[in-house]
Design a protein around this ligand. Structure first.
Ligand code: ADP
Length: 259
């Protein structure tokens, strides 16, 4: 469904050039939940921006359903880390979620139904006419997820979406994403620097090296479904996999940044 082929990205030119992505290739199948994990600054956001058509790669290409991406594709929904900047404060939850739907050919009733279903799926029905600033950080991020879902995307690209919420809210949002993924049958590519989160959520985990990044390893996550914050994380397979990835990332970090 989604294919990254020999992707490379260098920012700037000459002496001031920063090589963020060396050479990255992988595939995401329909319905899969794939997590990309790597150390901070390794090029994860750059990779996602190239995949979303927001940034032009320096080398290689990204194919969606066999077609090269050269701008933000209609089938893709995004959820970014900075929910507070992605929601418009003067619009209610309902209006924020309806905003991207203006680009779709839908009747007024269909649009309202998509918005209400998405709000229901993230458990915010009672807050549909509230404004973002009346909601907690976790609730605002749920609005951002609902906005992406209402658009009925085939694929959801998520960039460290839970990095700025507290641990309990983060766990709740992780479970929410797993539930809506099943409910909407959407393919997910989820970028995170949190190894536990990657193993907990993913069907597969792509481990990146530090910048200029390459694929270090691709792991199948063979943990029972549905995942559970306590039981899954107690399993020996879980702890083994997180230790394996931790070592891989740590070992490959340059000595001056390793701690
Ligand atoms: P991550 O998301 O893994 O933290 P990024 O993709 O943000 O990593 O950054 C990868 C590398 O590219 C870093 O060295 C960063 O400083 C550099 N970089 C990111 N964006 C830009 C930019 N707009 N101009 C120049 N360098 C950049």
């Amino acid at each position: 469904m989604l294919e990254v082929m020999g992707l490379g990205k260098t920012y700037g030119e000459g002496e001031r050039a920063t090589r963020a992505i060396a050479d990255v290739s992988f595939k995401v199948d329909e319905g899969e939940f794939v997590c990309v994990v790597g150390p901070s600054g390794c090029g994860k956001t750059t990779l996602l921006r190239c995949m979303s058509g927001l940034l032009q790669p320096s080398a290689g290409r990204v194919l969606l359903d066999g077609r090269q991406i050269d701008g933000p594709p209609e089938q893709v929904g995004f959820v970014f880390q900075e929910y507070s900047r992605s929601l418009l404060p003067w619009m209610s939850v309902r209006e924020n979620i309806a905003l991207p739907l203006r680009h779709k050919r839908l009747t007024k009733n269909e649009r309202a139904r998509h918005v209400e279903e998405a709000v229901g799926s993230v458990g915010l029905t009672g807050f549909i006419d509230h404004y973002p600033w009346e909601l907690s950080g976790g609730m605002q991020q749920r609005v951002a997820i609902a906005r992406a879902l209402a658009y009925q995307p085939e694929i959801l690209l998520m960039d460290e979406p839970f990095a700025s919420v507290d641990a309990q809210t983060r766990a709740d949002l992780e479970d929410l994403v797993l539930r809506v993924r099943t409910a909407y049958g959407v393919t997910v590519l989820f970028v995170t620097h949190d190894i536990d989160e990657a193993v907990y959520l993913g069907d597969r985990v792509i481990v990146l090296t530090s910048a200029p990044t390459q694929v270090h390893e691709i792991l199948e996550v063979d943990l029972p479904e549905p995942r559970d914050q306590v039981e899954t994380k107690e399993l020996p397979e879980f702890t083994h996999m997180r230790a394996h990835i931790f070592r891989a990332i740590k070992r490959r970090q340059p000595a001056e940044t390793a701690t």
